[in-house]
Design a protein around this ligand. Sequence first.
Ligand SMILES: Cc1cc2nc3c(=O)[nH]c(=O)nc-3n(C[C@H](O)[C@H](O)[C@H](O)COP(=O)(O)O)c2cc1C
Length: 157
Amino acid sequence: MRLDPDSALNHLPQPLVIVTAGDFEKPGRRGGMTAAWVSRVSMSPPLIMVSIAPSRYTLELVRENREFAVNIVGGKLEKAAYGVFGSKTGRGLDKIAESRVKARRGEKTRVPILEDAALTLECRLVKTVEAGDHVLAIGEVVNALKFSDEQPIVFTP
Ligand SMILES: Cc1cc2nc3c(=O)[nH]c(=O)nc-3n(C[C@H](O)[C@H](O)[C@H](O)COP(=O)(O)O)c2cc1C
C-alpha cells in the first residue's frame, strides 16, 4: 500500500514537549508552545532542534533572547500541553500564569522552566535554519534538570 508523504510522516512516533522562551521575570515577554517536531541532532556539542512555524510567538521570543528550554512532558503537564500551550497564541496572553503550571527562571538561562515537566533542557540558540514551511531552532543544551520519574509522553498523531 502506497501512502502519500504527508500521511506517511504521521506514522513517526513523536515526543511531546513544551518549548519555553523569553524572560521569566517579564510576564509580557515570556511564553511557550507545545511541540512534537523535536530531535537530538549532535552528540558533541549536545545539540537539539525544534521545528517551529514562522507565525509562532514563541519563535519571536527565541530569536529575541537567543535562548529556549525544552520541557519534556509527562502526565502532570499533558493537559496544559494539549490545552493552553498547544492551542492559543501567547501574543497578549501570559500562558505561564494562565496554565497555573509550576515555573521559575532557568539556572543558566533567563527562560521560564516548567517544574511540572519530567525533565527540562535549557538551551542557547546556535542558529536558526529555514526548512520548508518551518524554521529549525538549533540549540546547545547548557543545563539539564530532572524533576520527576514520570515517563515522557510519546504519541503518533
Ligand atoms: C501535540 C501538538 C504538537 C505541536 N507541535 C508543533 C511543532 O512541532 N511546531 C510548531 O510550530 N507548532 C506545533 N504545535 C502548535 C503550537 O503549539 C501552537 O500553534 C501554539 O499555540 C503556538 O503558540 P505561540 O504562538 O504562543 O508560540 C503543536 C501543537 C500540539 C497540540
